[in-house]
Design a protein around this ligand. Structure first.
Ligand SMILES: [Zn+2]
Length: 688
């Protein structure tokens, strides 16, 4: 054991993760060691004979378990971005260790009494606002984690947390297995089936076929670039229906059914909330949000649903008429939507994503985004190829301000079998201070699944991928520009319905001509992107926004209804969903499909009662970006205000208060409606 510890690269006081030295077998002993050290630190806080103070209790706790969380950060990022069976097995073993450690803190009565002592004296302590937030957060999170429960209830609480963690892993594993089990393969003599697919999509499908050990032909699966291209371009309606059905019935029935897992999770969450004294799981969650109650969320969603519903119905009518003009008969179904939407655009504003992609060569987009951040925030981003990475495709960068290094950034762009779908920001270390008061620089990682380069084409991004890049980069800035005193308030450690503001605001630059013209050059002839193409992107970006908004509201409502019921859910999951989403249903329901069984945000992650937060943050981002629109999109003054009040502040103060400090007042839905529905609609309907 001692030898495992001494030679363990994870325990070697690393500044940057030693990816060149780490082996899978290092994780378990390192984490066990780090947990025992963290426990000793807790014991020392508890054993301190002096009167509990803010410094000896709350600040000491803020520095607790830093080694442990650093190692876990590495582990979980690899589990998501560069996974293998070994890591998956370790993840199973970590669950009880983590739960036990969390309980060691949160169910430690002696520790809680010390925190309570400080908390009760808070008014006499003259604490600065960030210190008061830290104290309140600590006290509340102990209560929310069962510190006020009697011994029996505490046992039950521990059990519930453990079961929930297992169920959530089971949900994710089922979903992954169901997703990877599906393949649609076309040998060379069946090429006519793929009529409609552009050449570059065929090339990707061909590369996928080879990857899947076929000698030739084209392969499609349920991973994102593959599925979305198929559903959008392939003319064969039956095949579109087939892949649509497969995608939308993932983990619903069959070998990897998640239905019961969902009922179990909902039951466990409800029981946990009620054990802690809340009526529903939503009440428990929303207590700590920018929005404070279920009612506020339902009001927000219904207000928007009422405005967007007629818009979405008009869109269905319009697209149906268009399809009828193009020899389609009957009612549009879900698998027709992307197909006719694309055709409509080609017919009416000649927009084709393929026309835009050549201007978005990945390397150029990256340069553009980096220099945007450099311009707004006065930082400098520089690649450092000497920094070890966990996979050859990954690149590492250092962030400087006034010649001083302020952080490190990893970028991981392309899909791999070992990587999950989607795009995300994560960190290996958060900005803060160690127990000796030394600065800790943030280490952020951005992970994507962008269309990769092929033998004769560089990586060309779709407009959505450019937006995604900006989005995750915004999260990255939130982590990198953090400047807080307390580690647990650092960077993105803010309430959930606020955390998407820094990311979503960045997406606004994606349609700004002045910005696009700094980097969007055609990869072959180097011509800059033309203004009319940017106009088309904007039109496209807003095209069918009624429909797409209603989809978001569907997810938000489903989430809120499922988590705000006081009694257990039972019966047929599909029927339950249909009932809840009736009000937001735009196209006919497809029998045998289900949203929840693949809804990772809710059941495989931590977004329960929080999905509305995307739309909420969008509203915030629109409201905030209006400041940049007014003062100029490269306005250093506005950027400075945004950085000082939002990006650098982490969770120092209540999110609404931070927002008001930036904007001068509370946000409204006006800018959001104006963006989606246009000046005319906006003026007619909303300005009285
Ligand atoms: Zn995000």
């Amino acid at each position: 054991m001692q030898k495992e510890i001494n030679n363990n690269p994870l325990l070697n006081n690393w500044i940057l993760p030693p990816f060149d030295k780490i082996k899978s077998e290092d994780f378990l002993p390192a984490i066990q060691f780090a947990v025992s050290r963290a426990k000793q630190e807790i014991d020392a806080i508890v054993a301190n004979p002096e009167e509990p103070t803010f410094e000896n209790t709350i600040v000491a706790l803020d520095k607790n378990g830093m080694l442990y969380s650093d190692i876990c950060n590495i582990f979980y990022n690899l589990l998501e971005a560069e996974s293998n069976e070994e890591l998956q097995e370790i993840a199973e073993k970590l669950i009880p260790i983590e739960v036990e450690f969390s309980n060691y803190i949160f169910l430690n009565d002696a520790l809680f009494q010390k925190i309570k002592h400080v908390y009760q004296k808070r008014d006499s302590l003259n604490l600065a606002e960030d210190a008061l937030t830290l104290l309140t957060d600590n006290y509340k999170s102990f209560c929310r984690n069962g510190a006020n429960l009697n011994a029996n209830d505490r046992k039950r609480y521990e059990k519930l947390v453990e079961e929930l963690s297992k169920k959530s892993l089971q949900f994710k594993n089922n979903l992954l297995s169901a997703t990877t089990a599906f393949e649609m393969y076309f040998p060379e003599n069946e090429k006519d089936q793929l009529k409609g697919l552009p050449e570059n999509e065929l090339a990707l499908a061909h590369a996928k076929a080879l990857e899947k050990s076929h000698d030739n032909g084209w392969s499609f699966d349920l991973s994102m670039p593959s599925y979305s291209a198929f559903i959008k371009y392939v003319e064969n309606r039956d095949l579109r229906k087939k892949i649509y059905f497969a995608y939308n019935s993932r983990a619903f029935g069959g070998n990897f059914d998640n239905s019961q897992t969902i009922f179990d999770i909902l039951h466990l969450r409800k029981e946990l909330a009620q054990l802690l004294g809340y009526q529903t799981y939503s009440d428990y969650v929303l207590e700590e949000r920018m929005v404070k109650s279920s009612k506020e969320v339902f009001d927000f969603l219904h207000q928007l649903i009422n405005i967007f519903k007629p818009v979405s119905q008009e869109e269905v009518k319009m697209l149906t008429e268009f399809a009828h003009e193009n020899h389609f008969e009957g009612e549009l179904q879900a698998w027709d939507w992307s197909f006719y939407a694309n055709k409509y655009q080609l017919a009416h504003f000649q927009y084709d994503e393929q026309e835009v992609k050549p201007y978005f060569q990945l390397e150029n987009v990256q340069k553009g985004i980096f220099s945007l951040a450099e311009q707004l925030y006065g930082i400098h981003i520089k690649e450092n190829s000497k920094i070890p990475v966990y996979q050859n495709d990954v690149k590492a960068y250092e962030i400087f301000e006034n010649e001083e290094k302020i952080g490190t950034l990893y970028m991981d762009f392309f899909p791999r079998n070992s990587k999950r779908n989607g795009a995300w920001m994560t960190s290996f270390k958060d900005q803060g201070f160690d127990a000796d008061g030394n600065k800790i620089l943030p280490i952020v990682s951005l992970v994507f699944n962008f269309t990769p380069a092929t033998a004769d084409m560089p990586s060309l991004l779709t407009f959505n991928e450019v937006s995604t890049f900006l989005h995750e980069f915004g999260h990255g800035l939130h982590g990198l520009l953090s400047k807080v005193r307390y580690n647990s308030l650092s960077g993105t450690s803010v309430v959930r319905d606020f955390v998407e503001l820094p990311s979503q605001i960045m997406e606004h630059w994606a349609t700004e001509t002045e910005f696009l013209q700094t980097f969007a050059f055609h990869y072959q002839n180097h011509e800059p992107i033309k203004a009319d193409l940017i106009e088309k992107i904007k039109l496209h970006d807003n095209f069918l926004s009624g429909y797409y908004n209603m989809r978001q509201f569907t997810f938000g409502l489903l989430d809120m209804q499922m988590h705000s019921q006081k009694t257990d859910w039972e019966g047929n999951l599909e029927a339950i969903e249909e009932k809840i989403t009736q009000i937001t249903q735009v196209l006919p329901h497809v029998k045998g499909t289900c949203i929840s069984t693949a809804f990772s945000h809710l059941f495989g992650g931590g977004y329960a009662s929080g999905y509305y937060g995307y739309k909420w943050a969008e509203m915030l981002a629109d409201d905030a970006f209006a400041e940049f629109s007014d003062k100029g999109i490269f306005s250093k003054e506005t950027a400075k205000r945004f950085r000082e009040n939002i990006l650098s502040q982490g969770g120092n103060v209540d999110a609404m208060e931070l927002y008001i400090r930036f904007k001068g007042k509370k946000p409204t839905i006006d800018a959001l409606l104006k963006r989606y529905l246009g000046e005319k609609y906006y003026l007619c309907n909303f300005v009285k």
